[in-house]
Write a protein that binds this ligand. Structure first.
Ligand SMILES: [Fe+2]
Ligand SMILES: [Fe+2]
Length: 271
């Protein structure tokens, strides 16, 4: 049998459930293989019967959890998805009855039903909800960051992973600091800074104010302001807010980013 794979649906808990189903399917296929050529003996039906309680428990818990999350996120294909779950449940009940009636042909039908569950339902239908949930997660992180005027490094990494399209990472450090590495996809906005006496924020303030033109920024986007450890981003944030631009600081700047072992890339990967 070809190696079976299960798609990433973007929700860890559901990915784990799907892996469990994949495990049941592989085990069942191994068991059923010997009955391609012959009928099971009376005592050989027991392990075949045993798959049904497992699958029934799985459908109850997993389908309910998926539907609940879809409802919360107002997933537009909710009704269709519930109907697909119902169909799987009905089909499973029918196969259970056939197995209980000791119809040998039901074993191969159950094998292909399970395979279809994986390749059609999980790898296609379940995958469709990924975008909806990810959009909701992006919105939740963004709203919280804008409200707090700050975003934590791990939350920013999550937004990058989610390819949040309305977020711009703005790197305010000096050119030489940016040379040492930037956060993937940052926009470079290098400003001078007193690198010998970092307490002295005046050179930065002057340089930033000279470069900062509100028209260069889009009020529909929001900006994550990044410096080495925070103070420069805080100065820039005041300006953004004065011009009604949406922005927040990266908490602890690049120092905190590195402390959390998050990756930096070369300047050529700037946007
Ligand atoms: Fe699922
Ligand atoms: Fe589903």
């Amino acid at each position: 049998m070809e190696a079976l794979t299960v798609a990433d649906v973007g929700v860890e808990r559901f990915n784990n459930d799907h892996q469990r189903l994949l495990f049941y399917i592989i085990e069942f296929n191994r068991l059923a293989e010997r009955f391609h050529e012959r009928k099971p003996l009376e005592e050989e039906w027991d392990p075949i019967d045993a798959i049904f309680p497992r699958l029934e428990k799985y459908t109850q818990e997993h389908f309910q959890a998926e539907e609940e999350l879809m409802r919360q996120h107002k997933y537009p294909l909710l009704e269709q998805h519930i109907e697909q779950h119902q169909q799987l449940i009905r089909h499973l009940q029918q196969l259970k009855m056939d197995v209980t009636n000791r119809q040998a042909a039901a074993i191969t039908r159950l094998e292909s039903f399970l395979l279809d569950w994986l390749t059609t339902h999980i790898n296609q239908d379940d995958r469709q909800y990924q975008g909806c949930f990810q959009l909701a997660e992006t919105r939740r992180i963004s709203e919280r960051a804008l409200f707090n005027e700050m975003i934590a490094a791990d939350q920013l990494q999550r937004l990058i992973d989610l390819s949040a399209s309305n977020v711009v990472l703005l790197d305010l450090r000096t050119e030489s600091e940016q040379e040492e590495g930037i956060i993937w996809g940052s926009r470079l906005f290098p400003c001078d800074h007193n690198l010998i006496n970092r307490q002295d924020t005046e050179p930065f303030r002057r340089s930033f104010n000279a470069r900062f033109k509100p028209d260069l920024f889009d009020p529909d986007l929001w900006y994550v302001l990044i410096c080495r450890s925070g103070p420069r981003a805080a100065i820039a944030l005041e300006q953004f807010q004065q011009h009604n631009l949406q922005a927040c600081e990266l908490i602890g700047g690049i120092q905190e980013w590195l402390r959390q072992a998050l990756p930096l890339v070369g300047k050529e990967q700037a946007r």
